[in-house]
Ligand binder design. Structure first.
Ligand code: C5P
Length: 216
């Protein structure tokens, strides 16, 4: 039997990261935050002063990204970049490098490596469509852009990082448009994915919903 995969896709700040991590913990499964890979490429590109249009160079960087994940921390070489990759600059950079087919291809094998027993919860934009098309359960997790901007605002404030509601809304609109309009792996709900709208649902309820789908 293939190793089970729970694929959770959805737009930025929909809460899928929190939900996916809790579902993984509840099931004792591995967890893949695929967005962090695109964020790491964006950060590493900036450090290497690469242009975000230089597809071959970015793909080469993505193929041998010196990144490690350990105990909820993200390391690039020996530097802890957990917070740095969450900055708005890295968010915007990630959605730009993610539109490049060669970068996506370079990160594919790395994502497949996460599929190990007893199972995997993978979250992103194309987990159910491209990376794990044979996923056991596919969830499309979303919320209104206003609810998502509010969540991101709260997160940034809690981390003591500055933010303005207006620019967060603008960024989310732009990023949604870019993620949905790109030709490679656009974000969209698959016919075989279950819709979960978290606008008026809290994390506990969302986790319960996903676990019910897994167990049924
Ligand atoms: O999920 P997160 O907001 O961290 O992802 C950052 C960016 O990476 C997204 O805006 C999206 O463009 C890209 N991404 C992607 N495919 C994934 C995960 C993230 O294109 N599977």
């Amino acid at each position: 039997r293939p190793v089970p995969v729970i694929a959770i896709d959805g737009p930025s700040a929909s809460g899928k990261g929190t939900v996916a991590a809790r579902v993984a913990a509840a099931l004792g499964y591995h967890y893949l935050d695929s967005g962090s890979l695109y964020r790491l490429v964006a950060l590493a590109a900036r450090r290497a002063e690469l242009s975000l249009d230089d597809e071959p160079a970015l793909a080469a960087l993505a193929a041998c990204l010196p990144a490690r994940f350990s105990a909820a921390r993200v390391m690039l070489d020996d530097e802890d970049v957990t917070d740095a990759i969450r900055s708005e600059t890295c968010s915007v950079g990630a959605s730009r490098v993610a539109a490049l087919p060669a970068v996506r291809a370079a990160l594919l094998g790395r994502q497949h490596d996460y599929r190990r027993a007893p199972g995997l919860v993978a979250e992103g934009r194309d987990m159910g469509s491209i990376v794990f098309p044979d996923a056991t359960v596919k969830i499309f997790l979303t919320a209104t852009v206003e609810a998502r901007a509010q969540r991101r605002y709260k997160q940034l404030m809690e981390k003591g990082m500055g933010a303005s509601m207006e620019s967060l809304l603008k960024d989310l609109h732009e990023r949604d448009a870019r993620d949905a309009a790109r030709t490679v792996a656009p974000l969209k709900k698959l016919p075989d994915a279950v819709l979960l709208d978290t606008t008026k649902v809290d994390v506990e309820q969302a986790v319960g919903f996903v676990l019910d789908r897994v167990r049924s």
